[in-house]
Write a protein that binds this ligand. Structure first.
Ligand code: FES
Length: 102
């Protein structure tokens, strides 16, 4: 059964920007893309750097440390050095509030 956890309001995540969400000792990154909101683990799989400080380019997020790139929607590595994909999470928006399925 889905376990939805409130993250933030939609207005908290600017277009083409990210939002850091910390919950139960884990960090998640919420992205506002052209077609909606997406979520991945918040730390780069290379060296645990916060992706909230990275740069969004279309559907991709570039890690600020060694410029590794992941696809935000699939979590797949697009450009090394990371070799492990990011975990992605389902989101839903209700009444302008974002919930993550954990
Ligand atoms: S820490 Fe992200 S690419 Fe190295």
């Amino acid at each position: 059964m889905a376990d939805w956890t409130f993250v933030c309001n939609t207005s908290d995540v600017d277009f083409e920007d990210q939002y850091r969400f910390d919950h139960n000792d884990r960090t998640y990154c919420i992205y506002h893309l052209e077609d909606g909101f997406y979520a991945t683990d918040g730390l780069c799989t290379h060296e645990d750097i916060h992706l909230v400080d990275g740069l969004i380019d279309g559907e991709e997020i570039e890690c600020p440390m060694h410029l590794g790139v992941f696809n935000i929607k699939t979590g797949k590595v697009v450009l090394d050095p990371p070799c492990e994909d990011l975990k992605t999470y389902n989101l839903k928006v209700e009444d302008e509030q974002i919930f993550i399925e954990l």
